[in-house]
Design a protein around this ligand. Structure first.
Ligand code: ADP
Ligand code: MG
Length: 334
């Protein structure tokens, strides 16, 4: 966690990644949709168009289904119904929702509470999910923080119930896209896909590698909206996700506040520009990029060590970046 280098990487890594395809002789099959507030793109090599189209269609359909379970923006999604109906009473949920809540709490423990899906009352207080953004008062933050804390939620696996104390709410925005990508990966593999890239708004998983290549080359976009790719990550059977303040923020009194909250203070995290996490699953990459963003480079690296294969790059406000884990030749500056 020591290396510091040129500023270009700072910009490179603060943007959610887009992808640059490694070429092969065969053209890939590509299918996309708009879901979970972002673009989902599936790129498949090595299958005939009909089989690839069927597989990609099933996977993208799964993302739309997951959105109806896990989106806070849909009033009758399962998560919205849980949020509005628990009030201290056990609510029966699907096994899928139960599992992702339980898994989220695992990442809360791993990040000492930095990743916490119960941070929603604070997220709303700042106006990140509608209303007029404003800096809340100390009293408001203290009052909202009373409703935040994953350990306050009761999970009963036997009966598949979740009990949220009054006024507590769950927000799966920091983990749901990663979960969705992993579901797409399972669906594609079940249908014989051996080479594909799933990209859900920068949450990506690389299955195998493109024909004749050792890795998927995932381009890292210039973050100011200018054309071009400034570097590449080489991926094979692993996931990448970026959490940052660059694209998702509110402006209050001319100042930008990013959408990730430190659940221990109720405040936004401003000293880090982004963290890009490479992990064995897209769910891990998504949850940990959010959690490690809150933890910062030092505590983040300590959390990262607990997961084999995990690597991360922090882009810091002072125009430097720091690494967790070994990249070797899998990080290339163009
Ligand atoms: P994105 O949604 O842009 O992919 P993230 O995966 O980092 O980015 O998720 C950020 C979202 O997660 C926020 O918009 C908010 O809804 C929610 N959130 C904010 N702070 C936290 C936190 N500390 N732990 C878990 N979720 C959070
Ligand atoms: Mg996340």
């Amino acid at each position: 966690m020591k290396t510091r280098t040129a500023m270009i990487w700072l910009f490179a890594l603060m943007a959610p990644v887009s992808f640059g395809l490694s070429c092969s002789n065969e053209a890939p099959f590509i299918k996309e949709t708009f879901v979970m507030g972002t673009r989902a793109v599936i790129t498949i090599y090595g299958l005939d168009d009909e089989t690839a189209s069927e597989a990609a269609g099933k996977a993208l359909h799964e993302l739309h289904r997951i959105e109806t379970v896990m989106s806070n923006w849909i009033e009758d999604s399962e998560i919205s119904l849980l949020n509005h109906n628990s009030e201290g009473l056990p609510v029966k949920v699907s096994k899928e929702l139960f599992d992702i809540i339980e898994e989220s709490f695992r990442y809360s423990r791993l990040t000492s509470g930095a990743f916490d899906i119960t941070a929603r009352p604070i997220v709303q207080l700042w106006g990140f999910q509608g209303g007029s953004p404003r800096v809340p008062s100390e009293e408001e933050i203290a009052s909202a923080l009373e409703k935040v804390g994953y350990h306050l939620v009761r999970l009963d696996r036997e009966n598949l119930t979740v009990t949220l104390p009054a006024r507590m709410e769950i927000d799966l925005a920091g983990i749901g896209k990663g979960y969705g990508v992993d579901r797409c990966v399972s669906i594609l593999k079940e249908r014989g896909v051996k080479s594909a890239l799933v990209n859900l708004g920068g949450n990506m998983y690389a299955i195998g590698s493109p024909l004749g290549k050792e890795y998927w080359s995932v381009g890292i976009r210039e973050p100011h909206g200018e054309d071009g790719i400034v570097g590449r990550l080489l991926l094979k059977d692993e996931a990448v996700a970026t959490s940052g303040n660059y694209e998702n923020f509110v402006t209050i009194g001319g100042r930008r506040y990013g959408h990730i909250i430190d659940p221990s203070t109720g405040r936004t995290v401003d000293h880090i520009l982004s963290v890009t996490v490479i992990a064995p699953s897209a769910l891990a990459a998504d949850a940990l990029s959010t959690g490690m963003f809150v933890l910062g480079p030092e505590r983040g690296a300590a959390a990262a060590e607990k997961i084999p294969g995990l690597r991360a790059v922090y882009a810091l406000e002072d125009d430097t970046y720091e690494f967790a884990g070994e990249f070797g030749k899998k990080l290339i500056l163009d």
